[in-house]
Design a protein around this ligand. Structure first.
Ligand code: AMP
Length: 132
């Protein structure tokens, strides 16, 4: 399969390994939003949230706690934001969780366009029809 992350996991493409176990591989994002951004990737190829078993997601989150400790102890991060893109916004079609270290001066809040937001109540009315 022509997948960049499968090639990283197999060692065909080099990466900066942060953690590895039987199920997941964690490495530094080559184009990070903040210093120390990591990607937690299942070794098996699952494309997205609809594809990956829930137990594997649970393991990815357990591993994320270990990586948080590593980042806290080495980079003195102030927080950690978890992002996982599916379909639109997903560049690599192999499930991965972004662990984005937060720093008090990182200004990451400014990355979404707040001008396109509409009232939350109106949003709920649109969603409601699907849950009644
Ligand atoms: P996404 O848009 O959620 O699919 O994010 C894909 C991420 O993979 C991006 O943040 C890229 O910078 C990162 N990425 C792509 N190729 C590599 C690579 N060879 N090594 C490390 N990170 C990569």
């Amino acid at each position: 399969m022509d997948c960049v992350f499968c090639k990283i996991i197999s060692g065909d493409i080099p990466s900066f390994t942060v953690y590895e176990d039987e199920l997941v591989y964690v490495f530094l994002d080559i184009n990070p939003s903040t210093n120390g951004e990591c990607l937690v990737v299942p070794k098996a190829h699952y494309a997205n949230i609809l594809d990956i078993p829930t137990e594997v997601i649970a393991h990815i989150h357990e591993v994320s706690k270990k990586v948080y400790d590593i980042l806290k102890n080495t980079l003195s991060i102030d927080g950690l934001t978890l992002i996982q893109n599916n379909f639109y916004g997903q560049e690599i079609k192999h499930y991965h969780l972004h662990l984005t270290p937060r720093y008090k001066n990182d200004s990451l809040e400014q990355c979404f366009n707040k001008d396109i937001l509409i009232d939350v109540e109106d949003i709920y009315q649109k969603i409601k029809s699907a849950i009644e």
